[in-house]
Design a protein around this ligand. Structure first.
Ligand SMILES: *Cc1c(COP(=O)(O)O)cnc(C)c1O
Length: 357
């Protein structure tokens, strides 16, 4: 194809290639290991909805019923929720809604790549504030940059992927107060932490946009259901460029079925994940050459002396994890936390490879 056909802002993009996964234990994408359809109550609810759902009708464009369920769960009003095809769609809507070519977005690094990618597509300039040593956010510099640059969009991933760190609500509010423009707080992993959502402060912050998802804590990554939370006029603005029928009926009724039993699902999924995370982190900390970064999420970031060797050893044990090649994350590996038996297998590989025990 003639590359001159491409929009200028994407000429340098590398084609998106998902590497072929050959291992059977796949813990590279922070997915849950719990199937939402394994809960009998969820399955019965879904089957009930399915009977009332013909395929020839278009879905409800704003998924009103689901919107209400998510608002109840998140502690806000239905008009303050926008349901998306994954949290990823909400990120893309934020960039499409607010950024002009040449505008600035501010992010900390390392973080989720999608913010920078979506901002670049619309021609915005991405300014990054690198973490301090130990992957602690450089809070002072970040806040100074918000004041100095007044970015058109500021992004704070909290808890952060891939580092696992969470910043207190007081700091998040300081960022919101310092910016005259929209601030995106990505809370995809909030359910694994013990901190309140910034949604509790929504009425005080006109510029707050929160991202949540059913992909992680609720184990629904394959269904693609996420949502944005903001004051109603911001939600209306984000809706301007949304695909009219962005959420198919199956995802809507499955999400409704899960949210009808959200307490049961979370009580089942979260405590064992946190227990396995705690055990795994303690176990790896016993190995001198491994640095384990604190995590309040369902994944753990570690630094090892020789990343490729460890990745090879994990591969031989039939385990696929996330390995980073960037300078900032050199020799870092992100491991999704699933069940205790899987974490024991991973820890055994680390021990064998790094202590020869
Ligand atoms: C997984 C994730 C999301 C959203 O994922 P979806 O599957 O699109 O809902 C958003 N932000 C971060 C940081 C994530 O890791």
């Amino acid at each position: 194809m003639n590359s001159g056909w491409l929009r200028d802002t994407i000429r340098d993009f590398e084609p998106y290639r998902v590497p072929e996964i050959k291992e059977h234990t796949v813990i590279n994408a922070n997915e849950s290991s719990y199937n939402a359809l394994d809960f009998p109550a969820v399955k019965a609810e879904f089957q009930r909805y399915l009977k009332q759902t013909p395929t020839y009708h278009y879905p409800d464009p704003f998924a009103e019923k689901l919107r209400k369920a998510l608002a109840d769960y998140a502690g806000c009003q239905p008009g303050e929720v926008l349901v998306g095809n994954g949290g990823d769609e909400i990120i893309s809507l934020v960039m499409n809604t607010f950024l002009n070519p040449g505008d600035t977005i501010l992010v900390h690094t390392p973080t989720f790549d999608i913010y920078g990618i979506d901002a670049s597509i619309v021609g915005a300039k991405v300014v990054e504030v690198p973490d301090l040593p130990g992957f602690r956010r450089d809070c002072d510099t970040f806040l100074t940059k918000v004041k100095e640059l007044q970015p058109k969009v500021t992004v704070l991933c909290n808890p952060n992927n891939p580092t696992g760190e969470i910043l207190p609500l007081k700091y998040v509010e300081a960022v919101l107060d310092a910016s005259p423009n929209p601030v995106l707080i990505d809370e995809a992993y909030l359910e694994f932490s013990s901190q309140d959502s910034i949604i509790s402060k929504l009425s005080e912050h006109k510029n707050l946009i929160v991202i949540r998802t059913l992909s992680k804590a609720f184990g629904m990554a394959g269904l693609r259901v996420g949502y944005g939370v903001a004051q109603a006029d911001v939600i209306d603005a984000l809706s301007l460029t949304k695909l009219v029928y962005n959420m198919n009926v199956f995802s809507q009724i499955m999400a409704l079925s899960v949210m009808a039993h959200s307490d049961e699902v979370l009580q089942h999924n979260i405590p064992p994940t946190i227990a396995a995370r705690t055990w795994f982190m303690e176990e790896l900390r016993k190995i001198d050459s491994v640095t384990v970064y604190p995590s309040v999420t369902n994944f753990v970031l570690v630094h090892v002396p020789d990343g490729p060797a460890l990745i090879q050893a994990l591969h031989e044990a039939d385990i696929c994890v996330r390995f980073y090649q960037s300078a900032q994350l050199h020799n870092c590996i992100r491991i999704s936390v699933t069940t205790q038996d899987v974490m024991e297998r991973v820890a055994a590989v680390f021990r064998k490879e790094l202590t020869h025990a």
